[in-house]
Design a protein around this ligand. Structure first.
Ligand code: SAM
Length: 247
């Protein structure tokens, strides 16, 4: 039998400036149990227990969204978000719980991870708003149902920033934004990403920094916005973005 969910660390929501509703908290707790269940079979992540789960998974997924989480009104149209390289479902599943007006597409190139995430979403009652695609991001970027359609495209811990930018930018609608979850972020990282962004017809809009609670380290959220339609040649063929990064 799966162990009960661990308690939320004291003050966690205060530092996020947002608090889940009782239903969202129940879902976040159920997600931990689902993660444990699937992790025992697939080794999805080592961050499943206690603060590892609540801070390094849930909080780390949600902190770049503080503004939206605390926003007054859900948009008239559901927000369309896509998580590339979702792995065990982060940040995508945490976001689907926290933003009940969002529709999420979660992509991973490993079939058994995609299957597990799909099963987790279904068991959490998110099946209608969460779609899971088992494919490479290079293919997603050319799929007509995904390309140019997203309000937000994001990736955490998937590849170097210029590689991730090539996966994400083609997915954005004109008003959309790409969110790159990064750990440390240097001026050199910024220069490389800015160079890559030129080819993709995008630019770095802002970089936010945070110290995770509990001394869990520094995180950066790097946001890109399109400046013109992304050339049809991007993303390049499978493997090329990583082998020959744009920068
Ligand atoms: N985003 C999750 C997280 O932060 O916990 C998982 C990170 S894991 C280190 C990287 C994931 O990206 C893996 O599940 C891998 O299969 C996936 N991935 C890597 N390159 C990919 C690509 N080109 N297309 C789709 N998925 C990819």
């Amino acid at each position: 039998m799966t162990a009960p969910a661990d308690p939320v660390p004291a003050g966690l929501w205060d530092s996020l400036g947002w608090e889940p509703t009782p239903e969202q908290l129940r879902q976040l707790m159920a997600l931990q149990q689902q993660l444990r269940h699937w992790n025992a079979r697939l080794n999805l992540t080592r961050l499943v227990d206690g603060d590892d789960y609540w801070i390094a998974q849930v909080y780390d997924s949600l902190w770049p969204w503080r503004e939206l989480l605390n926003g007054p009104q859900p948009p008239a149209q559901p927000l369309r978000c896509l998580d590339v390289g979702t792995g065990g479902g982060f940040p995508g599943l945490a976001l689907a719980i926290a933003l009940p007006h969002a529709r999420l597409t979660l992509v991973d190139s490993v079939g058994r991870k995609a299957e597990a995430v799909k099963a987790m979403a279904a068991s959490l009652g998110l099946g209608e708003r969460v779609q899971v695609r088992w494919e490479r991001a290079e293919a997603t970027g050319h799929a007509s149902s995904c390309r140019g359609q997203q309000d937000w495209a994001m990736a955490r811990a998937v590849a170097a920033a210029p590689v991730v930018a090539e996966y994400l930018v083609p997915l954005l609608r004109a008003s959309g934004r790409a969110l790159l979850y990064r750990g440390l972020w240097s001026p050199e990282d910024q220069t490389c990403l800015e160079r890559a962004a030129i080819s993709l017809r995008a630019e770095v809009e802002r970089v936010e920094r945070i110290d995770l609670p509990g001394g869990r380290g520094v995180r950066h959220a790097v946001v890109l916005r399109p400046s013109a339609p992304c050339p049809a040649s991007y993303p390049r063929a499978v493997g090329l973005p990583a082998k020959q990064p744009l920068a």
